[in-house]
Ligand binder design. Sequence first.
Ligand code: SAM
Length: 278
Amino acid sequence: MQPAQVAAPPDTIPFSRRKRVDNIALSEKEDLHNQFGETEEIGGNHYRAYVGPPNYYDLIGATQFYLLTLFGMRETSSLLDIGCGSLRGGRFAIMYLRPGRYYGIDPEEWAIRDGLKSHFNEELVQRRKPNFVIDGDFAFTKFGRKFDLMMAHSIFTHAPQWQIAKCMAEAKKVMVPQTVFLATFFETLDGSDYQGDAWLYPDIVRYRRETIAQIVHEAGLECHHVEWPHPFNQKWIAVTLPGAGLDVARALSGQIYSYEATLERRRTDTTWPGSATN
Ligand SMILES: C[S@@+](CC[C@H](N)C(=O)[O-])C[C@H]1O[C@@H](n2cnc3c(N)ncnc32)[C@H](O)[C@@H]1O
């Protein structure tokens, strides 16, 4: 079967759709919080089914959030959620982070608005102050800041190599030595890499681990493969600036939650856990 290409390649997204939205309006659709989309077609226009299997919307969001905290996300951190969609994972971070410290970017404004309406209400959105840019060209500098953590979950699983390279190049501009950028991809089954130029959705694309690492390296970044479970066997990577010294095994061991980490922090920090990017 020929893969369906339902989303335009980002370079054809009209400029008018690229914008920073400071006060994004919640969707006007009613009762979204009671609609779980179980019978909807994946990739369709239901906010849950749009981003993947609706009956795994909860777990896939939870595993993103869990991994972010293992890699050091505290309430003072800033998070860039690349291709945030309907906030499947973002909703947990929006509640956890201090107000204004969540940043989401996605070309589909309706998905963000429906997600906000389903997960929150006007008052909570005003209180938590998430920031959004509507964009499909990885214009992360539009937020005018750098980030402690970055997440691209289920993005490279649909993206051609040139888009992954573009994402890495733009990511580098908003990283500091402490930044950890977590992302997923589908590993190839037959040793080949997707060679097309188009974003495929809801179809998927696959790459060799070496290919993903090479794209990251060519952007001047460091790539760590991360063994962390995923309900659909997506593979995780953690990307940093060169020489950042990320210890993946230590992070995955739950070091952040340990008493030792607390004692270490008390010894070295005099203030509440800070943000490297503020
Ligand atoms: C499978 S969904 C994943 C959504 C979210 N990351 C999650 O895990 O719930 C893919 C998302 O990528 C978005 N997308 C498509 N092209 C994009 C691009 N060029 N840059 C950023 N996001 C893009 C889609 O609108 C959609 O929300």
